[in-house]
Design a protein around this ligand. Structure first.
Ligand SMILES: Cc1cc2nc3c(=O)[nH]c(=O)nc-3n(C[C@H](O)[C@H](O)[C@H](O)COP(=O)(O)OP(=O)(O)OC[C@H]3O[C@@H](n4cnc5c(N)ncnc54)[C@H](O)[C@@H]3O)c2cc1C
Length: 395
């Protein structure tokens, strides 16, 4: 089978590796000449590292990544708690390194990397005619792995509406790697700000549901945070970026069509991102894995069932909880404020937060798990964390 994959991000490269290993003839197209610094935090949770163990083990010297041992969380009211991650590895990659690692794996198994933009595709018998800057190829199966603004999606099912996307902007700032990441929640804001250290620079960024605040407001909020974090002015040599990421509303999951008889979408092109955390690398790899499984069994139609069974309910529940998480209150305070305050009083809250930071929160069963953890006598005396009050960057 000839498979054309448009996009060599995590989803496209991982799928290319899986299919080429199974003996398919794979062409992996990207408009960039190779791995590139796609705007991203590059944070990979313990859950993702467990499932895709090669990310932790392979080519660490060639494609370095930063080990993170603690994440500091700041609330809208200036509470700060540092959560240790000792038992749950968390890594931050520059995207050039992550994409490079995945592309090298795909090429090593025989996938053909074509550094060209796919400019057109059209049905051709029971397959596709793919055109990439003048180069023509015939594929039996077409995969759109071309990210949040996917042209493949636009042509086959229509673009993701703005209401199903988040806006991000940020900076890369040179600095030596440290093992501490920071995540901060501004007041009345559906999203968050981050400082994710990598081996030789920090990825700063802000994510916000599209349409809630205009882009200049996001830059202002981010600048306040970066100045606070650096304890000084913004460096002149900072590198700016802006990009979108899927953030599907609850109602959009059911109608989200991501496959047909001889085509499929994976990763961001399919809308597969946790709407609360913005975690998308895991879902890019996982959807590639599931489509790879379906195609290897010559049963492409099963892909729809596979992804829905694997994570539709969970991500739908995340979309349902999103407004309450960011803008709701708990016992009279913003949710994240209250959670941080309780981390200083109850080991059960620390336990749940540690699971969340490891990517192990299952939104469907979360309420029950929180209650069980809160009521477990061992947790009343379990590890509590220091809650500090800081001069908030947002004030
Ligand atoms: C600012 C920001 C921060 C983020 N931080 C995190 C994080 O810390 N952790 C996390 O898990 N997720 C994060 N995400 C989400 C994550 O970046 C995405 O979910 C992930 O990159 C999706 O992978 P993908 O392979 O589906 O798409 P992408 O990585 O977007 O790759 C798509 C590829 O398609 C190529 N392409 C597009 N059109 C064409 C064409 N016509 N022809 C050829 N090639 C084409 C592009 O060049 C690109 O290489 C973040 C996103 C943003 C925007």
């Amino acid at each position: 089978m000839n498979v054309a994959i448009i996009g060599s991000g995590p989803a496209g490269s991982h799928l290319a590796h899986t299919l080429a290993t199974a003996g398919a003839r794979v062409r992996l197209y990207d408009m960039h000449r190779g791995a590139w610094e796609k705007p991203c935090g590059g944070g990979i949770t313990a859950k993702a590292l467990r499932q895709f163990g090669f990310l932790l083990e392979e080519k660490t010297a060639e494609f370095p990544r930063q080990a993170i041992s603690e994440i500091e969380i700041l609330s809208p009211r200036g509470r700060a708690v540092t959560f240790p991650l000792a038992d749950a590895p968390f890594r931050i990659f520059s995207r050039t390194n992550l994409n490079g690692l995945l592309l090298a794996r795909a090429q090593a198994t025989g996938a053909d990397f074509i550094p060209r933009r796919v400019t057109a595709f059209a049905p051709d018998g029971d397959g596709w005619r793919i055109e990439a800057d003048g180069d023509i190829w015939r594929a039996d199966f077409l995969v759109g792995a071309d990210g949040c603004t996917s042209g493949t999606r636009r042509q086959l099912v229509g673009r993701l509406p703005d209401e199903d996307q988040a806006m991000c902007c940020g900076y890369y700032i040179s600095a030596p790697g440290t093992p501490r990441a920071v995540v901060a929640f501004p007041k009345d804001f559906s999203g968050y700000v981050w400082a994710f250290p990598r081996p030789d620079h920090v990825s700063y960024g802000i994510i916000n549901q599209c349409g809630e605040y205009p882009l200049p407001e996001l830059w202002k909020e981010l600048d306040r945070f970066v100045r606070w974090h650096l304890g000084g002015e913004l460096p002149k040599d900072r590198v700016k970026y802006a990009a979108r990421v899927p953030m599907l509303r609850k109602k959009s999951w059911k109608t989200n069509r991501v496959s047909g008889a001889n085509w499929a979408l994976v990763g961001d092109a399919a809308g597969f991102v946790d709407p609360i955390t913005g975690e998308g690398i895991y879902y890019a790899l996982q959807s590639a894995h599931l489509l790879g499984e379906a195609l290897t069994r010559h049963a492409p139609a099963t892909y729809d069932r596979l992804w829905r069974k694997e994570f539709e309910a969970d991500l739908t529940e995340a979309s349902r909880r999103l407004p309450k998480f960011y803008r709701g209150s708990m016992l009279g305070a913003p949710v994240i404020d209250r959670v941080l305050q309780l981390s200083g009083k109850h080991g059960g809250v620390v336990d749940i937060m540690s699971q969340a930071l490891a990517g192990d929160v299952d939104y469907v069963t979360m309420k029950g798990r929180v209650l069980t953890s809160m009521l477990k006598p061992a947790n009343w005396f379990g590890k509590k964390l220091e809650v500090r009050q800081i001069q908030s960057w947002a004030s």
